[in-house]
Design a binder for this molecule. Structure first.
Ligand code: ZN
Length: 281
């Protein structure tokens, strides 16, 4: 059953009040919340934001990917930017890292931050992000008042970042973007992120047993090697042994197709501002 996100997630979120994270649920279990700040493809289809997933758990707050619209969306949906401990990057394409220049400005002038900020990603992350910052805000970078802690994971490999274990594999995507898919194992469970990728059996092996798998779904039909489609996800659905499947990185067409094939896909179709909580219930 697909649960289409509410029509006005911002209002709905306010109505329920912002839940404290790092807090515990009704049964005393810790809670993890994942908020979808950008669910569009690289073209910002439907006026939705670029890739960014805001993860809050008992360890703190990290963003998975930080596309060009991420800072705006974080403000729009009431996320606490001061709580952000770092970002985990699936790969180095602009629709996933293009928000980092204005995040630099936020760290320097908005927060006047002094505590460390972590940027973790695939090999080459530091060089690529520093080049991006040098190209856009070199003087801001010179005056940055917080240390940047860089982490680059081996691919394939596993590393500890901000108290969580991140297990990464190479994605089937642009080689020059150092594309990865990864699982983040935190105190309350495991979440997986496909990044941008075509289908590969290694993806199913990576995500087996996770509580939630957020997968890209750029296309309606199979046919492009470097992205996933509704058709392929339906075909491989039984191979995805995950607690919950969420499709994101959606074009208008793939979003409509995912909603139309809800029974076969057995997934949530993400929308900007929508949140899910783990463990469920
Ligand atoms: Zn992308």
């Amino acid at each position: 059953m697909i649960r289409a996100p509410c029509a006005n997630p911002c209002t709905a979120s306010r109505g329920r009040g912002r839940r404290r994270f790092g807090a515990r649920g009704p049964q005393g279990k810790p809670l993890t919340r994942l908020t979808f700040l950008g669910t569009a493809d690289a073209y910002a289809a439907g006026g939705r934001g670029h890739a960014c997933y805001w993860l809050e758990d008992g360890l703190g707050t990290v963003a998975v990917d930080f596309g060009p619209t991420a800072l705006m969306q974080a403000r729009r949906f009431g996320c606490d930017l001061n709580a952000l401990d770092g970002v985990f990057l699936t790969h180095l394409h602009g629709d996933h890292i293009g928000g980092l220049p204005v995040l630099l400005v936020e760290l320097r002038y908005g927060q006047r931050r002094t505590r460390p900020f972590t940027i973790a990603g695939p090999p080459g992350t530091r060089a690529r992000v520093e080049a991006l910052w040098q190209a856009t805000f070199p003087s801001v970078l010179d005056g940055l008042t917080c240390p940047i802690e860089w982490v680059e994971w081996q691919v394939p490999g596993e590393v500890s970042v901000l108290g969580r274990r991140v297990q990464a594999i190479s994605a089937q995507h642009d080689r020059l973007a150092e594309a990865t898919s990864f699982v983040v194992r935190g105190p309350d469970g495991a979440l997986a992120f496909s990044g941008d990728t075509g289908w590969q059996p290694a993806l199913a092996a990576l995500v087996a047993g996770v509580d939630c798998f957020v997968t890209e779904c750029s296309s309606v039909a199979a046919g492009y090697w470097g992205h996933l489609s509704v058709e392929e996800l339906v075909a491989h659905r039984d191979e995805l042994a995950v607690g919950r499947l969420v499709v994101s990185h959606l074009s208008d067409e793939s979003r409509a197709a995912a909603l139309a094939q809800s029974d076969a896909l057995r997934a949530d179709v993400a929308d900007d501002g929508w949140s899910l909580t783990l463990p469920p219930g």
